[in-house]
Design a protein around this ligand. Structure first.
Ligand code: ADP
Length: 267
């Protein structure tokens, strides 16, 4: 089956910290600019686009001039809460350059687990789409901390993006990563690993192929991307996992080019 995204009207794009912040803590401005351009162009074509963006901690370290995240959780919360503002202010500036308005939605897991607050979140997305505003979603890291009796964390933003795709009933989830897609084995360990263009079934071998830790400051790893693909399949939807290096490739993907890995079940 060929890729055909011509019917896609609503999509979620997920970008991780390592795509936005370089290892030396500098902000990858060019990439963010291209991402804003692409999302603005899609919105102007009439698509509903949500950006799920990590990066609060990375931006916070940058603003505060810290070389690594503090070990204590309350201080991590503080850094994230500084960084979230810096990140959103940069997004607001760059998107406005492309005539787009963005909004911020900070979610915690309990929001989506209580039917009333889930409905409220869904209504907020619907109103924003009606106004052609681009929602930028992140986990509310300043207050979302793992507690014994009250689970507020999604775990990672890969999962959050799959949850948001479900909330808004997206036709497509595009996951931007530090790698070109899913390989048949971990390319960091196996130089002969081959990129898979299409995954239509997630079996044990697929899950095994994604084993192992991810990058130094991304927390998800490939295994969490596979879990997202399973969530996406459970609602009969589709996902593309691709490199964040050139956000303009998103436009080529939507035109049906074979970039990244396309997760779609057989018809
Ligand atoms: P990001 O931070 O960009 O979201 P992650 O670091 O969480 O990305 O996950 C991507 C990493 O997963 C890759 O850089 C690679 O090291 C690792 N990985 C493990 N197995 C695979 C595989 N089969 N295919 C691709 N990447 C894999």
């Amino acid at each position: 089956m060929q890729r055909d995204f011509s019917a896609v009207k609503r999509l979620v794009i997920k970008v991780g910290t390592s795509s936005l912040v370089a290892p030396d803590r500098s902000i990858r401005l060019e990439r963010i600019d291209r991402l804003a351009f692409v999302i603005s162009a899609l919105t102007q074509r009439g698509l509903d686009v949500v950006l799920v963006s990590s990066g609060a901690m990375g931006f916070g370290l940058n603003v505060l001039g810290l070389s690594q995240r503090p070990p204590e959780v309350p201080r991590q919360q503080a850094v994230s809460s500084v960084g979230q503002v810096a990140m959103m202010s940069l997004y607001a500036q760059i998107f406005s350059h492309y005539q787009s308005t963005v909004s911020q939605l900070l979610l915690t897991r309990d929001v989506v687990e209580y039917p009333t607050s889930l409905d409220n979140a869904r209504n907020a997305f619907a109103s924003l789409f009606a106004l052609r505003i681009i929602p930028i979603v992140n986990e509310n890291d300043a207050v979302s901390v793992e507690e014994m009796d009250h689970i507020t964390k999604f775990g990672d933003n890969d999962r959050l993006s799959a949850v948001v795709a479900d909330i808004i009933n997206a036709d497509l989830l595009i996951m931007l990563s530090d790698i070109d897609g899913l390989y048949d084995k971990n390319p960091a360990e196996h130089p002969d690993a081959r990129l898979r263009q299409r995954v239509s079934l997630i079996d044990n071998a697929t899950i095994r192929s994604a084993g192992g830790a991810g990058s130094a400051h991304g927390t998800g790893g490939m295994a969490s991307k596979i879990r997202c693909a399973q969530m996406v399949f459970a609602r009969n939807s589709q996902m593309v996992l691709m490199n964040s290096r050139e956000p303009r490739d998103i436009l080529r993907v939507l035109d049906g080019e074979n970039i990244g890995t396309w997760f779609a079940q057989e018809e």
